[in-house]
Design a protein around this ligand. Structure first.
Ligand code: ZN
Length: 167
């Protein structure tokens, strides 16, 4: 179902959400803080959640289970690899779970995530920290509005946390 007040491509949507894994362990959520703002249809959310939200209205509450293939992907590759600490800029603040991108030999940019930080070596992995995890969302739709032309062009809302990222 679509209509002026339902979630569809080109809407900026505010959500409160709780994210747990399939064992019920809390991973993330917006409780006690500002809702999450995202632009529908712009891949701001994992595909399984974005799809489930389509057609919903403000005030709707839904529980969505997203399998890894519709979330952060299946785990792939050989597992974490060791990189010397001095391969990173000295002043970089490295933290577990932090993404960064590198160029491979073909000049393609690939995204890696830090899985552990030691004094002399850093472990990095090609998998998003939530790859392979079944995501269980409890979501409440707070508000829906039309995106501005600028937001549509940038592919994100200029409101909430996603709007602060402009590099
Ligand atoms: Zn922007």
């Amino acid at each position: 179902m679509t209509g002026p007040d339902t979630i569809s491509a080109g809407k900026v949507v505010a959500l409160h959400y709780t994210l747990r894994d399939d064992a019920g362990v809390l991973i993330d959520g917006s409780a006690g803080s500002e809702p999450l703002f995202y632009l529908h249809g712009a891949e701001n959310l994992v595909p399984g959640l974005e799809k489930a939200l389509t057609g919903h209205k403000a005030g709707d509450k839904l529980s969505v289970t997203v399998l890894p293939k519709d979330g952060y992907g299946l785990r792939e590759g050989p597992g974490p690899q060791s990189v010397p600490r001095d391969a990173f800029p000295e002043d970089a603040e490295l933290e577990e779970g932090m993404p960064f991108s590198v160029e491979n030999d073909e000049g393609e940019e690939i995204e890696l995530w830090i899985t552990s930080v030691g004094e002399e070596e850093i472990l990095v992995d090609v998998n998003h920290p939530l790859a392979g995890v079944t995501l269980c969302f409890d979501v409440e739709v707070v508000s829906i509005r039309n995106a501005t032309p600028e937001e549509q062009q940038h592919g994100h809302p200029h409101e909430g946390d996603l709007g602060h990222d402009h590099d």
